[in-house]
Design a protein around this ligand. Structure first.
Ligand code: KIV
Ligand code: ZN
Length: 516
């Protein structure tokens, strides 16, 4: 076993997607998976195949296109889940099945309602079944961080005996403190007699803001796989942020006795793509990928950095993908330059028609905005892909806003092939726009969040709008981008409506798994 290598296991498409509102379409997952492959992550957890037909198809699509990273599906410790994961992974160059069952007293008693002996038996059965399909099997004792150490060690030993090649110890509820979590990893590795037969992995949640610190403490104590997500996306407060783990290990190679295979120059691109697709903005002061991460406001800092950048910078902005000369395309750029540049951003077209349609959109944007940056292209393409197969489409809109008068919006939508028009007044132009759409869609949704951000700088920048809607407990996000923020708002609202009105049969993986 190579102790110098830290395996980066990305779960943006699985745990990241469990974040309320972050659900992604198959096409979006494939786009992200391709970007992750280019980032050179070792393992991509593409989803939970048993969750729904859509999830199964998404895992399958990722398994078909990704060649250089291992593709993994999550499966509860149930025969049917494991068979479904294996089916979705058929044809993958390097498939992995990740099976799990809870081992903490709390989860066993209340969630699973199973005695420990039965949990142990089910874990062994699951690993053995997964091994019938692939020799790359990961086992997670869910809520390991709150499990009793003796029982945890018994389950881990049995899972390795049954054929697990990776043992992942999750801090499912983000409860651990770094030195204690590190100790836990060390203790399990030391106490389990066959621990040298498996790679130890960790999966930390960020409920106390300690996911990255806990993961790094585990690495110091022998973990050689970290499960993480782009931008720290994930259930509740999220998972450990991939970019932070990778850059910590790289920057402090004096402390960490291992290295990753990540192409760090792809980090920013992945961060933007995930933010764009999910509608989860990246806070400006976020480490590595936030807009301010390498900006120096104070004069003293600027002076220092100009004399010698190491005075205030411990990493180089270029190493994670920030560039200074960022204008990439303009009004006069041709189709070839457009196509080549999008390819660098992992955006490819299946047909000539798709390319032509995208090029027309690009030209329309370039007419309004002379300098087109990577961020513009990402936003433009996310917008184009997300509106492609939508049931409700924006046809035209007209908004009148005059001082002293109530703003009024007139909207024409195409709903399932039929054009319909409506007018509404509102307290502001956005309110009027949403009311007019709602009169036509009659969706009964609740608007939870509306936010606008600029894709690039300047008054000619595209506005990127995120809308979060709720209906009967289900939460979705929608995005829209345009140089006109009212059009961007309408697009975002319609995008979210299309998602929330689509039927779903999806199950959450971390529900009870007591029946074989
Ligand atoms: O948080 C968790 O425990 C998980 C497991 C399924 C690995 O996501
Ligand atoms: Zn998790």
């Amino acid at each position: 076993m190579n102790q110098d290598k830290l395996i980066i296991f990305d779960t943006t498409l699985r745990d990241g997607e469990q974040s309320p509102g972050a659900s992604m379409t198959k096409e979006e997952k494939v786009r992200i998976a391709k970007a992750l492959e280019k980032l050179r992550v070792d393992v991509i957890e593409a989803g939970f195949a048993m969750a729904s037909v859509g999830d199964f198809e998404a895992v399958r699509a990722v398994a078909q296109v990704v060649k250089d990273s291992t593709v993994c599906s999550l499966a509860r410790a149930l025969d049917a889940d494991i068979d479904r994961a294996a089916e979705a992974l058929k044809g993958a160059v390097s498939p992995r099945i990740h099976t799990f069952i809870s081992t903490s007293p709390l989860h066993m008693a209340h969630k699973l309602q199973m005695p420990p002996e039965k949990v142990l038996e089910q874990a062994i059965r699951a690993v053995k079944r997964a091994r019938q399909y692939t020799d790359n099997v990961e086992f997670s004792p869910e809520d390991a961080a709150r499990s009793e150490i003796d029982f945890l060690c018994r389950v881990v030993e049995a899972a390795i005996d049954a054929g697990a090649t990776t043992i992942n110890l999750p801090d499912t509820v983000g409860y651990k403190i770094p030195h204690l979590f590190g100790q836990l990893i060390r203790t399990v590795r030391e106490r389990v007699p066959n621990s040298d037969k498996a790679i130890f992995s960790v999966h930390c949640h960020n409920d106390l803001g300690l996911a990255v610190a806990n993961s790094l403490s585990a690495v110091i104590n022998g973990a050689r796989q970290v499960e993480c997500t782009i931008n720290g996306l994930g259930e509740r407060a999220g998972n450990a942020a991939l970019e932070e783990v990778v850059m910590a290990v790289r920057t402090r190679h004096d402390i960490f006795p291992c290295h990753t295979n990540i192409d760090t120059t792809q980090i920013l691109n992945c961060s933007r793509l995930v933010s764009n697709i999910t509608g989860f903005p990246v806070q400006p002061n976020k480490a590595i990928v936030g807009a301010n991460a390498f900006a120096h406001e104070s004069g003293i800092h600027q002076d220092g950095v100009l004399k010698n950048r190491e005075t205030y910078e411990i990493m180089r902005a270029e190493d994670v993908g920030w560039t200074t000369n960022r204008m990439v395309l303009g009004k006069h750029s041709g189709r070839n330059a457009f196509k080549t540049h999008l390819k660098q951003l992992n955006i490819e077209f299946k047909t000539e028609e798709e390319l032509n349609a995208a090029f027309t959109r690009f030209k329309e944007l370039a007419d309004k905005k002379h300098e087109i940056y990577d961020e513009d292209l990402q936003a433009l393409m996310t917008d184009a892909f997300s509106s492609e197969n939508e049931r409700i489409k924006l046809v035209t809109m007209r908004v009148v806003s005059e001082m002293g008068e109530m703003p009024q919006a007139q909207i024409t939508l195409n709903i399932a092939g039929e054009e319909v028009t409506s007018e509404a007044k509102g307290s502001g132009p956005v309110d009027a726009t949403f009311k007019a759409i709602e009169q036509l869609a009659n969706s009964q949704v609740k608007l939870l969040v509306y936010s606008v951000s600029n894709v690039t700088n300047g008054t000619d920048a595209q506005g990127e709008v995120s809308v979060r809607l709720e209906k009967e407990g289900r939460i979705v996000n929608g995005q829209g981008a345009d140089t006109d923020i009212l059009i961007a708002s309408a697009k975002a609202y319609i995008n979210a409506l299309n998602r929330i009105l689509a039927p779903t049969d999806r199950q959450h993986p971390q529900v009870s798994a007591s029946i074989i």
